[in-house]
Design a protein around this ligand. Structure first.
Ligand SMILES: NC(=O)c1ccc[n+]([C@@H]2O[C@H](COP(=O)([O-])OP(=O)(O)OC[C@H]3O[C@@H](n4cnc5c(N)ncnc54)[C@H](OP(=O)(O)O)[C@@H]3O)[C@@H](O)[C@H]2O)c1
Length: 264
């Protein structure tokens, strides 16, 4: 019998780490990807010791194109059977467009857009041999809205949503389900935890812990859902967005955006 694995990018912390622990809890072997020296080995040892599953760590910089080929070659050379692929690694938003450096923008596009696209392409044959299989692409609610300070970030996440919806149609015949998750606020980084505490009460109500969002996302992916928006309040935001006039939405979002603290 084949031993199946779930590959998760950006698994060292935040949402990716929560998903790694949730998959481990479900007894799924793991391939964890993150930057070198990001604590992946400690996480891997913890999971191996507590969940009795196999964990492979791959340290790679997903802003470098060669990394995708190195990951794919490693998977192939070691005959690792990927059943689920979770494209979670992401470079978060940082500020106003004219404050961003060219290097930061290129990195954000590479990690948020190029990496998931090429990883799917390079691992597709492997996924096809392990069907029914699933791909979970981590987008964001920022993909639906026009938000200052999230311009390139929102654009990359909108790409991922659109790409996933089309790819889902293509891969249906291969018995591979493509799911997009669009979380709202998650308490992951220090900056986001602080930001989520100083925003309006309604936004505070929409914030989820990465553990809760991970469980909802994995359940949804295993059910073969097309789109997951974790949390009731976030689902309500989507409905309200369709009803409210543009000038009211602008007023509300601008007030929230002003509160976003400066990046480190
Ligand atoms: N937090 C939120 O409110 C929120 C909301 C909606 C969507 N999301 C999405 O959820 C995903 C995870 O976000 P998060 O809040 O958990 O962020 P995070 O805590 O900053 O974690 C990002 C993960 O991506 C990895 N990563 C970043 N750049 C990388 C690179 N060049 N190469 C390899 N790995 C890299 C990081 O690895 P290292 O530890 O090695 O740096 C880390 O594991 C992202 O796609 C984000 O857009 C987050």
């Amino acid at each position: 019998m084949k031993n199946f694995y779930t590959l998760i990018t950006g698994a060292s912390r935040g949402f990716g780490k929560a998903m790694a622990l949730e998959f481990a809890h479900r007894k799924m072997n793991l391939v964890l990807v993150a930057l070198p020296n990001s604590g992946l080995n400690e996480l891997s040892n913890f999971i191996k010791n507590n969940f009795n599953i196999d964990v492979v760590c791959l340290e790679a910089d997903l802003s470098i194109t060669d990394s995708y080929y190195i990951i794919a070659d490693y998977i192939k050379d070691n005959n690792i059977q990927i059943k689920y692929l979770v494209n979670n690694a992401g470079v978060l938003s940082r500020g106003y467009f004219d404050e961003l450096t060219d290097l930061f923008i290129l990195k954000q596009i590479e990690v948020n857009v190029t990496a998931p696209t090429l990883l799917i392409r390079l691992l597709l044959k492997n996924l096809k041999s392990n069907t029914p299989a699933g791909i979970l692409n981590v987008s964001s609610m920022a993909s639906f809205f026009a938000l200052p300070k999230k311009q390139v970030y929102g654009g990359t996440k909108a790409y991922l949503l659109s790409f996933s919806k089309s790819l889902r149609k293509e891969l249906k015949k291969d018995n591979i389900s493509v799911t997009t998750v669009c979380p709202g606020g998650l308490n992951t980084t220090t900056r986001l935890c602080y930001q989520n505490r100083i925003c309006s009460w309604i936004t505070q109500k929409s914030v989820l812990s990465p553990e809760v969002a991970a469980k909802i996302s994995i359940d949804g992916m295993l059910e073969g859902k097309k789109l997951i928006i974790p949390g009731l309040v976030n689902k309500c935001f989507m409905i309200v967005d369709k009803i409210l006039p543009e000038f009211i939405k602008d007023k509300l979002t601008n007030n929230e955006i002003k509160k976003i603290p400066a990046a480190a």
